[in-house]
Design a binder for this molecule. Structure first.
Ligand code: FHN
Length: 469
């Protein structure tokens, strides 16, 4: 009971953190005076479009939560700790000295950057974002700024981020780093949502920022040249003045993309809805849904609640149809292995993208007005608002000259849209190697395409409608 309420409290805290991040981003409507101007404050639209181009085309990325928490894997003193795996130190109120001892057991000898990057590539993912340091304060790279890191504090003595950054580039993927800039549960002065539980955590936040977070961010930017920096859980501790010291650093990397979770009133580049797909997306903005593949980000040995391949693929399609990116998480274990059920799902998505990728990458949002869902009259979401209940019949994406209709449920003999604001000239199924023309009729905004009796793909058969654009 106690643990359940703790978990609920954590969930509330997280949704507050996410809401704060979203509010900060939206609060940007009137120009905000930042102590140090960020790139978003100074660049032209054309410059921004050029900087964001690869990210907008990518649509699908791999989030990797990997850290010391993979050692306890959801258990402390023989008992399961509720909630997400990477929060075990906070949820279980594990003393700093005890948590640090896990590092002696962290020896991920099966880690192989080539295997991980190849999996991301096989899944059709175009970028990777991995935890360089999560809230537990443990750095997953060779940090000179702080000895609590995988090279200095474990028997592994090796820098996996070096391997991953190099391998991602070798295989043509962009490389991003997650960094918990505010929360740090093992460094004195680092913030802890819910409050400190060990005297060893007490200290001055600005001092933590100056002696650990900023030096580590400097190292990460200089040594790994990330394409993305992914901040998290901003709180009031990150004042505009303190945040501006980080921004001054980010400004030295004019190609860098960073999210809306830095804090201090900076809006960053991307909206980051977490664990849900916004009903209408964020029209005109760059946004990325981050989501777990089971119920945890960091590895937990007892979480087998994996989403189905169908659900994951539908999510990717739903997000693309609203113009966003999908950052799908994997949680490798303490040996350095991405759990097989996660890898299998990613491979299956990749097989679909091998055939149908043209309908996802570099596309824009649907040209059709269909809502594909409605707000529940009874159920509420985590913010107390009516819950959006999607329908999973079909979605659409587009590029100049083509609209892609993703048939998630086979509609029978024909596909019909009543409000098609397009000029259709032809149609075929993307998975049909011959692209056999399908009979199409258009009467004003009424569009009808005759279909074969059965879908070509059990999850999503893509109907291509050629258009005069
Ligand atoms: O507290 C973290 C959580 O552990 C995880 O890293 C997610 C990923 O977006 N971010 C925070 C919660 O919003």
């Amino acid at each position: 009971m106690h643990m359940t309420s703790r978990f609920v409290r954590y969930a509330v805290v997280c949704s507050i953190a996410a809401a704060v991040a979203t509010m900060q981003a939206h609060a940007a409507a009137p120009p905000i005076h930042h102590p140090v101007a960020a790139i978003q404050d100074t660049e032209t639209t054309a410059q921004r479009d050029a900087r964001m181009a690869w990210w907008r085309d990518a649509r699908f990325g791999m989030f990797i939560h990997w850290g010391l928490y993979a050692v306890p894997a959801g258990f402390w003193q023989g008992k399961p700790v509720h909630g997400i795996g990477e929060w075990i130190m906070n949820t279980g109120k594990i003393p700093v000295a005890d948590y640090k001892k896990f590092s002696a057991q962290f020896d991920p000898t099966q880690f192989d950057a080539h295997t991980w990057v190849s999996l991301a590539k096989a899944a059709g993912m175009k970028y990777i974002v991995i935890t360089a340091k999560h809230h537990d304060g443990f750095a997953m790279y060779a940090s000179k700024a702080d000895a609590f890191n995988i090279v200095d504090a474990t028997p592994f003595k090796h820098d996996p981020l070096r391997d991953l950054a190099d391998e991602a580039r070798r295989q043509g993927l962009k490389f991003g780093l997650y960094y918990s800039q505010v929360q740090d549960w093992t460094a004195p002065g680092g913030a802890a949502i819910g409050g400190h539980w060990d005297k060893a955590q007490d200290g001055d936040f600005a001092q933590y920022l100056h002696t650990k977070a900023i030096p580590q961010l400097k190292e990460l930017l200089a040594n790994y040249h990330p394409d993305v920096l992914w901040f998290d859980t901003p709180t009031d501790a990150m004042t505009p003045q303190l945040a501006s010291e980080i921004v001054a650093l980010l400004d030295r990397y004019p190609q860098l993309i960073w999210n809306n979770r830095l804090g201090g009133g900076y809006q960053g580049d991307t909206q980051t809805p977490e664990q849900y797909i916004p009903p209408q997306g964020f029209p005109g903005e760059d946004w990325e849904v981050c989501m777990t593949i089971n119920d945890t980000w960091g590895y937990k040995s007892n979480d087998a609640h994996f989403k189905s391949t169908k659900m994951l693929l539908q999510n990717l399609v739903d997000i693309a149809s609203k113009g966003g990116n999908y950052l799908l998480n994997v949680g490798p274990d303490a040996r350095g292995v991405i759990p097989a059920p996660e890898a299998e799902r990613l491979q299956a998505i990749g097989h679909w993208l091998d055939v149908n990728g043209e309908s996802i990458y570099d596309t824009s949002a649907t040209p059709f007005a269909d809502a594909h869902g409605s707000y529940s009259p009874t159920e509420k979401d985590e913010n107390g608002k009516p819950r959006w209940i999607p329908t999973w019949n079909w979605r659409a994406t587009r590029r100049p000259g083509k609209v892609y209709v993703h048939l998630l449920e086979w509609p029978g003999a024909s596909f019909h849209v009543a409000d098609a604001d397009i000029h259709a000239t032809g149609a075929y199924l993307l998975a049909d190697p011959h692209h056999t023309p399908l009979k199409l009729t258009q009467d004003g905004k009424q569009l009808n395409v005759q279909l074969p009796a059965k879908p070509l793909d059990s999850i999503d058969t893509v109907l291509v409608i050629q258009t005069k654009s």
